[in-house]
Design a protein around this ligand. Structure first.
Ligand code: IPM
Ligand code: MG
Length: 362
C-alpha cells in the first residue's frame, strides 16, 4: 500500500533553495522505491518572507506547517536583513516556528565519518569514532524567558535583560527525550548545566537526577558547561548523548559539529510532543556562496533521512539515503568545503544527480 505524506518545504534564504531542490529530488526517488508519495507545499520564512510580506514568519506559513506531517527547512538569514529591528529579523521567524509548533526537543547528531576524518581540525586519533547526539532544549531558557528587553533605569541608563528560566515540566519533558535517546544509543547520558552558579541549573540538575531512577539502564553524568566545552575538544569520545538547555545547546552543538570538520554535513531534528517536526541542516544560509552551485547539499539530504526516521517512522527509507551518502563519499565525491587531495569536487546539483544514480543502482 502506498503511504502518502504532506510535507511543508521552507527553502528560506541564501543557499537554502539550491540545497532544498537536491533534497526534494532525493526524497522523491526514495519515495518511489519505498512506495511513499509526498505532497509538497512550499511556504515563506526568514528573509524571503520579509521581502515578500514584511514578516519573517507569516501566519500562513505557520498554518501550513501545522497541517503537514513534517516540515523540511533549509536555512534562513543573510547580510541583507542583519540591520533590521528584531521583530523583522529572519532569526525571529525561526524562533517563532519553534515556539509555534512547540518543538521543545532538538536532536543534533555529530558523527565522524571515516571518509572525512581529515576534514576535522583536530587530530584524527582524537576524533576517530566520535558519535555524539546533542539533545538541546529548544523552546525555553534564556531564549524565551521573561522579562526580556532593553529598559531604562531610574537614572535613565539603558539596561538589557534576558531571563534564564525553566519549569520542572519543561526540564522533565526534555529529560525524558534525552534518556530515551540514550537508551537507543550507547546508554550514556551527560547532562550539562552551570549548577555551581545558576539556580535554574540547580533545578535542572535535581530534576535530571530524579528522572534517572526511571532509566536504570542509562548511565547518567553531569558536567558544568565550561568543562563540557573543554572536554568536547579534549576527548570527544567520552560522550554518547548530551542533554542541555537552549543556550548551552546552541554553543555546544556548534563545537560538536566542528569536530566532524564540516558543519555542511550535519542534519538536525526539532520535535514536539505531537504534531509535525522540523528537519533542517545545522549550518546556516551561507550567503557568500549562494547561487553559485557550490553549496554542500548533504546536510539537507541527511535532514530528509532524519525526517523519514523521526518524523514519518520510515527507517528503511532513511537508511537508503544515509547509505547512499556514504557510498558517494566512499566513491571520492566531495563539495568544496570537504575536499581533500585525490577527491573529485562536484557542484551542488551534480552531487544530487550522483546520489540519485547511487540510489537507482542500489
Ligand atoms: C541554531 C541557530 C539559531 C539559534 C539562530 C539562527 C536563532 O544558531 O539553530 O543553532 O540560536 O538557535
Ligand atoms: Mg546555533
Amino acid at each position: 500500500m502506498t503511504q502518502s505524506y504532506q510535507i511543508t518545504l521552507l527553502p528560506g534564504d541564501g543557499i537554502g533553495p539550491e540545497i532544498m531542490a537536491v533534497a526534494v529530488d532525493i526524497l522523491k526517488v526514495v519515495g518511489q522505491q519505498q512506495n511513499l508519495t509526498f505532497d509538497f507545499t512550499e511556504a515563506l520564512i526568514g528573509g524571503a518572507a520579509i521581502d515578500a510580506v514584511e514578516n519573517p514568519l507569516p501566519q500562513q506559513t505557520l498554518d501550513t506547517c501545522r497541517q503537514s506531517d513534517a516540515v523540511l527547512l533549509a536555512a534562513i538569514g543573510g547580510y541583507k536583513w542583519d540591520a533590521l529591528p528584531r521583530h523583522l529579523r529572519p532569526e525571529t521567524g525561526l524562533l517563532g516556528l519553534r515556539a509555534g509548533l512547540e518543538l521543545f526537543a532538538n536532536l543534533r547528531p555529530a558523527q565522524i565519518l571515516p571518509q572525512l576524518i581529515d576534514a576535522s581540525s583536530l587530530k584524527s586519533e582524537v576524533v576517530e569514532g566520535v558519535d555524539i547526539m546533542v539533545v538541546r532544549e529548544l523552546t525555553g531558557g534564556v531564549y524565551f524567558g521573561e522579562p526580556k528587553g532593553v529598559f531604562s533605569t531610574e537614572t535613565g541608563e539603558k539596561r538589557g535583560v534576558n531571563t534564564m528560566a525553566y519549569t520542572v515540566a519543561e526540564i522533565d519533558r526534555i529529560g525524558r527525550v534525552a534518556f530515551e535517546t540514550a537508551q537507543k544509543r550507547g546508554g550514556k547520558l551527560c547532562s550539562v548545566d552551570k549548577a555551581n552558579v545558576l539556580e535554574v541549573s540547580q533545578l535542572w540538575r535535581d530534576r535530571i537526577t530524579a528522572l534517572s531512577s526511571e532509566y536504570p539502564d542509562v548511565e547518567l553524568s553531569h558536567l558544568y558547561v565550561d568543562n563540557a566545552a573543554m572536554q568536547l575538544v579534549r576527548c570527544p569520545k567520552q560522550f554518547d548523548t548530551i542533554v542541555t538547555s537552549n543556550l548551552f545547546g546552541d554553543i555546544l552543538s556548534d563545537i560538536a559539529a566542528m569536530l566532524t570538520g564540516s558543519i555542511g554535513m550535519l542534519p538536525s531534528a526539532s520535535l514536539g510532543a505531537d504534531g509535525p517536526g522540523v528537519f533542517e541542516p545545522v549550518h546556516g544560509s551561507a550567503p557568500d556562496i549562494a547561487g553559485q552551485d557550490k553549496a554542500n547539499p548533504l546536510a539537507q539530504v541527511l535532514s530528509v533521512a532524519m525526517m523519514l526516521r523521526y518524523g514519518l517512522d520510515q527507517p528503511t527509507a532513511a537508511e537508503k539515503i544515509e547509505s547512499a551518502v556514504l557510498t558517494l563519499l566512499a566513491n571520492g565525491y566531495r563539495t568544496g568545503d570537504i575536499q581533500s587531495p585525490g577527491t573529485t569536487v562536484l557542484g551542488c546539483q551534480a552531487i544530487g544527480e550522483t546520489l540519485i544514480q547511487i540510489l537507482n543502482q542500489g
